[in-house]
Ligand binder design. Sequence first.
Ligand code: G3H
Ligand code: 13P
Ligand code: ZN
Length: 312
Amino acid sequence: MPLIGPKKMFEAAYEGQFAIGAFNVNNMEIIQGIMRAASEEKSPVILQVSAGARKYAGQTYIMKLVEAALIEDPTIPVCVHLDHGPSFEMCKDCIDGGFTSVMIDGSSLPYEENIAITKKVVEYAHPRGVWVEAELGKLAGIEEHVQNAEHAFTDPDQAVDFVEKTGCDSLAVAIGTSHGAYKFKGEPNLDFPRLKTICDKLPNYPLVLHGASSVPQEFVELCNKYGGNVGGARGVPEDMLRQAARMGVCKINVDTDIRLGLTASIRQHMVEHPEHFDPRQYLTPAREAVYQMVARKIRDVMGSSGKTALFQ
Ligand code: G3H
Ligand code: 13P
Ligand code: ZN
């Protein structure tokens, strides 16, 4: 199956009350771990590439790795998506380079400027058959180029206006999630009434949750046991994400948990095998850790296991 856009994925997800996992990729081992999980769980998947990932690995390398993954298992519906596109130019580069979906992140801009840049990307993307995700509202924490001291949750009426004016295909909303490993100081809490209002005002419209890692405590403990220092890390409980997936949330973004699983594995290996220095010795279990983490997400968070059947 060639790369596909998210349209069919989100239609199926909306209808079936599950979500498509959007996993951040930076290198071969991460792509292989995710694709093995998608393959074994028979789940559609979005591989998303941040500006930082493009800079680290190079767009051509990433696209060639994805191409290899499609050859290895042609039965998996795969979309390649630009995560947090910071500019029209980067969105254009990705569209021209074969991405089937891009995000333009104007969430840090004044409202009218967010509309203008999103519209400009939509006008370039749509004639080329590419999907556009936009963001309205601000997540707390550090995004690639957006740093906010506090949440500014998405206003439901503004969301409707934004979608109408820009023609964006999906919308990332701020309801209490945030990027990184330190999401909540007190009890985790998402603004479900707000999410419900947005869903009601935008029926059949796919919403996106960023900052949706769960930061499983066993991996935090493993990191810390083997010399790490990630105390107090805390994520979004898996049952809250399932609840969001049963509403209008069709895409759930996960990066931190992959990093955590991979790093915990490497830390453990290094401590247990101080004599090893062949990267294959520690990257083999690290890739396995990515696979395990993503398979768990697909099963317990996205609810997308077995859904490749909808695409045959
Ligand atoms: O939301 C941001 C993603 O986790 C990507 O992170 O910019 O460090 O690649 P990155
Ligand atoms: P996490 O940091 O919670 O994994 O979020 C990733 C994300 O939103 C990528 O866009
Ligand atoms: Zn994000």
